[in-house]
Design a protein around this ligand. Structure first.
Ligand SMILES: [Zn+2]
Length: 443
C-alpha cells in the first residue's frame, strides 16, 4: 500500500480528456499537489492509503473551471449600472466610477470578493485584466487559486500608471517577481485596439516573444468598435493587429462578435485563441460570437465571464450553459456546441489559451490536482443518465461542494478554507455605502 496525501473515491469522474469520457466508481490519488493516479475505486482501495480519504459517492469530479477573461476587482461594481450599451456604460458609468474609486485597496477588496465567489463556483483559475495587478498576484498566491495576472496597458493615465512606459515597466516588475511561481503566471493585457496605440502594441509583441508570455486583449467586441477603426485607422481592428504582428498562438482575442469569413480563416491560420463571454455580450447587446463556425475552422475557443459589472456574476456554470444555448441559436443548429464541448471550453481550452495545459485543464496523471466536486443528489438532479449533460444543462454552481487547487483543499463542503467569508461580505457592504453616498444627488 502506498501512502499518499489525498485519496478521493467518486461516483463519477469526468476527466475532459479523452473527450466525452465518464468513469464510474473511480478514484483520484493525489500526492505532492499532483494527480498521481486515476483508477477504478476497487483497485485504488488495494493500492493506496491516505489519512485524508474522501468518499464522494454522490458526486462528479471534474477539472476546475478556468475563467479565461475577467476583471476580478470589478465585482465591487456589480449591479452599479445595468441595461446600457457598451460605450454609454463605459464612458458614463464605469470609467467615472473607476476614476473615483480604483486604488490598491479597492483592487484588493474587489479581487478578494471575486476569488471567493469563483472558488465557491468551481473556478480554480482565472485570467485577469485590471489595474494594480500586483494586488491580484499577491491575493491569488495567498488564497491558493491559480491565476494568469494581466499586465494591463491603456493609453490614458490611471491611479496605477501614467503612460504606456510606466504601465509596461510596472507590469514587467510583476512578471519578474512571479516568474517561477507555481500558481501565478503573467499575461500582457493591452485593454483594446481603441484604447492602446500602435507603439505600445508593438513593444508588447516584441516583449511577449522575448519573455514567452501570452497577450490578452478585447477585440471586435461591438460593431461600433469596428466602424470607428475603419474611419480612423482605415482598417478593421483585426487587420491592424495583423499588421503589428499580433495575430499568433500568443494572442487571446476576447469577445470577437464581429467577424467575417476571411477573418475567421485568419484567426484559424494564425492559431489565435478566442475567448467567448456569452453573458457579457448578451447583456451589453454587443453581438454574437460565431462559436460554431470558429470551432469548425479549428480555432481554440475558451470561455470567460468578463467582469461582474457586465454579467453580473462570475459563474462559469452559467457561462457554459449560455455558450451552449447561444451557439445553437446563432448557428441555427441544435447540435452546435454539445455539452461536452461546452465543458471543454470552460476547462482545457482555457488552459490551452493561457499556455498552461501541461499543468491544468483536465484530470490527467501528472497534471496539478485542480479538481472540483459537484454533488448530484438532490431532487433537481434526478434522474442522472449523463452527468456531463447535468453539469452543463441542469445544475448550478451551488452544487460545487469541494475545490482543490494544486492538491490544496480550498473549498471544503462549501466552506472556504483560506479566505474569511464573513469579513469579505462586510468589506463589500462598506464599499457599497461609500460608493452609494458619492452617487447620491447633492442639494
Ligand atoms: Zn472585459
Amino acid at each position: 500500500m502506498q501512502q499518499i496525501d489525498t485519496l478521493i473515491h467518486a461516483r463519477w469522474i469526468i476527466p475532459v480528456e479523452p473527450a466525452g469520457t465518464v468513469y464510474e466508481h473511480y478514484s483520484l490519488a493525489i500526492h505532492d499537489g499532483r494527480i498521481l493516479d486515476l483508477l477504478p475505486s476497487s483497485q485504488a482501495q488495494k493500492q493506496y492509503t491516505s489519512s485524508n480519504t474522501l468518499m464522494l459517492d454522490e458526486h462528479a469530479l471534474l477539472p476546475g473551471l478556468i475563467n479565461t477573461h475577467t476583471h476580478a476587482a470589478m465585482s465591487l461594481f456589480r449591479g452599479l449600472a445595468d441595461d446600457l450599451p457598451l460605450m454609454d456604460w463605459l464612458n458614463n458609468h464605469i470609467w467615472p466610477a473607476e476614476t473615483a474609486w480604483v486604488n490598491s485597496d479597492f483592487v484588493h477588496d474587489g479581487t478578494q470578493l471575486a476569488i471567493a465567489e469563483m472558488l465557491r463556483g468551481g473556478t480554480t483559475c482565472f485570467n485577469d485584466m485590471y489595474f494594480f495587478p500586483d494586488e491580484v498576484a499577491r491575493l491569488a498566491a495567498s488564497s491558493g487559486i491559480r491565476a494568469a495576472v494581466g499586465l494591463i496597458l491603456i493609453d490614458f493615465p490611471t491611479a496605477w500608471a501614467t503612460d504606456a512606459d510606466e504601465y509596461l515597466s510596472k507590469g514587467l516588475a510583476i512578471q519578474d517577481s512571479y516568474r517561477n511561481h507555481p500558481l501565478v503566471s503573467t499575461v500582457f493585457a493591452p485593454h483594446a485596439p481603441y484604447t492602446v496605440s500602435d507603439v505600445p502594441l508593438q513593444k508588447i509583441q516584441v516583449l511577449a516573444e522575448e519573455l514567452d508570455l501570452q497577450i490578452h486583449i478585447h477585440l471586435h467586441e461591438t460593431r461600433d468598435e469596428v466602424q470607428q477603426s475603419e474611419q480612423q485607422q482605415h482598417c478593421r481592428p483585426i487587420e491592424r493587429l495583423e499588421k503589428l504582428g499580433l495575430l499568433s498562438p500568443r494572442l487571446l482575442a476576447v469577445h470577437m462578435t464581429q467577424l467575417n469569413d476571411e477573418e475567421i480563416e485568419k484567426i484559424a491560420l494564425t492559431g489565435t485563441h478566442v475567448v467567448h463571454c456569452p453573458e457579457s455580450n448578451l447583456k451589453l447587446a454587443s453581438g454574437f460570437c460565431p462559436v460554431q463556425q470558429l470551432n469548425q475552422a479549428g480555432v481554440n475557443v475558451a470561455l470567460g465571464t468578463d467582469g461582474a459589472a457586465s454579467n453580473n456574476d462570475l459563474d462559469m456554470f452559467g457561462e457554459m450553459r449560455s455558450a451552449a444555448l447561444l451557439a445553437k441559436a446563432v448557428a441555427g443548429d441544435a447540435s452546435a456546441i454539445p455539452a461536452e464541448t461546452a465543458l471543454r471550453m470552460a476547462t482545457l481550452n482555457g488552459a490551452k489559451a493561457l499556455g498552461i495545459d501541461g499543468t491544468t485543464g483536465s484530470l490527467q496523471i501528472g497534471k496539478a490536482a485542480d479538481i472540483i466536486a459537484v454533488q448530484l443528489n438532490d431532487i433537481e438532479d434526478q434522474p442522472i443518465y449523463n452527468p456531463i449533460s447535468h453539469i452543463v444543462y441542469a445544475c448550478s454552481r451551488h452544487k460545487v461542494s469541494d475545490v482543490w487547487v494544486a492538491g490544496k483543499h480550498l473549498l471544503k463542503n462549501r466552506s472556504l478554507t483560506t479566505l474569511d467569508e464573513q469579513g469579505i461580505i462586510e468589506t463589500a457592504k462598506d464599499w457599497r455605502e461609500r460608493i452609494k453616498k458619492r452617487d447620491e444627488p447633492k442639494n
